[in-house]
Design a protein around this ligand. Structure first.
Ligand code: CUA
Length: 334
């Protein structure tokens, strides 16, 4: 009996210390959505259960190793135990009750996360190797940044162009796959103004690690201001290079092609590209003129650039004017 009391106290103390230790590590980033509240509540109870189960196994084991070890000169056998019906029923029924309680908590939490606000803001999301693109259909805006109003539910209608990607903002806690050929939904109510990052959480190719996008959660007034600015930019972009820049955003070209002197891993940079000499995979050299760039857009494997062969770029179906506009934009990058 004395051993049971000592082990019982040690189990409780170790469980509390384990919980406090795990809690203080700060495993989760800041909580920035209404959905995160119920997820973190459930997670917290899981950590409580994990801490208790850990000490329930480790403490009696360590205690037995020390207290009931074989002493020098002791050659007797241990006491033979046939079984214990009460104990067996207890260790079946108690975990069963705990599992049922957690199932209920999980279902409750899921219900909270899936709660639909009929006035949710609709934003279309396009995922492709290796870029996130966001479209605000009500405003005719396309952006590579996701701007969201605080304390308002948004529903992202997500589509993938090529392979499976996964939309993940750790601070929002929720994660949703984006699958070619269907539209998946992601509902979130951001409740903390700030800058976050959407990451791709599904290995999708050579640029997977850099498939990130900026997420800006702002007050309603700032959000409206950004929408108005974007509408003005779209309206002002009537020049060929302005149109080209919009096409580049819309088609996600920036996911692979950098516009600075530092190239991304999966494709050549566009910075200083026009008019430069380009070394090809077969050893020859071409001048990056209108003809070469046009061919590279509509038939990317015709002439593959050294260091980026075999090409992973899909051929783009664009009108002659659209291709010319994109090249006009590329010409401005120097
Ligand atoms: Cu897209 Cu990983």
């Amino acid at each position: 009996m004395r051993h049971f009391v000592i082990v019982g106290i040690l189990v409780i103390v170790t469980a509390i210390l384990t919980y406090v230790g795990l809690d203080s590590v700060g495993l989760l980033p800041v909580e920035a959505s209404a959905q995160a509240v119920s997820i973190d509540w459930l997670w917290n109870w899981q950590v409580v259960a994990i801490s208790f189960l850990f000490s329930l196994i480790v403490v009696p084991m360590a205690y037995s190793l020390v207290v009931f070890r074989r002493r020098k000169g002791d050659t007797t056998d241990a006491e033979h135990i046939e079984g214990n019906t009460t104990l067996e029923i207890a260790w079946t029924v108690v975990p069963l009750i705990i599992v049922v309680i957690f199932a209920y908590m999980g279902a409750y939490s899921l219900g909270e996360i899936k709660r639909v606000d009929p006035d949710a803001v609709i934003i279309k999301v396009k995922a492709q190797q290796f870029q996130w693109t966001f479209e605000y259909p009500e405003y005719g805006i396309i952006s590579t940044e996701l701007h969201l109003p605080v304390n308002q539910q948004v529903v992202l209608k997500m589509e993938a162009v090529d392979v499976i990607h996964s939309f993940w903002v750790p601070e929002f806690r929720i994660k949703q796959d984006v699958v070619p050929g269907r539209v998946t939904e992601y509902r979130v109510t951001p409740n903390l103004v700030g800058l976050y990052k959407v990451r791709c959480a599904e290995l999708c190719g050579s640029g997977h690690a850099v498939m990130e996008g900026l997420v800006v959660v702002s007050e309603e007034a700032n959000y409206e201001k950004w929408l108005a600015e974007q509408q003005a930019i779209a309206a002002a972009a009537q020049t060929p290079e302005g149109q080209g820049k919009l096409l580049v955003v819309k088609n996600g070209c920036g996911g692979c092609h950098s516009i600075t002197s530092t190239p991304l891993p999966s494709a050549p940079t566009w910075f200083g590209l026009f008019g430069s000499n380009v070394e090809l995979a077969d050893g020859s050299t071409v001048v990056a003129d209108d003809a070469f760039l046009t061919e590279s857009i509509v038939d990317p494997t015709a002439k593959e650039v050294k260091g980026f062969s075999p090409s992973t770029m899909p051929p783009y179906v664009l009108t002659e004017e659209e291709v010319a506009n994109i090249i006009a934009y590329i010409k401005t990058l120097k």
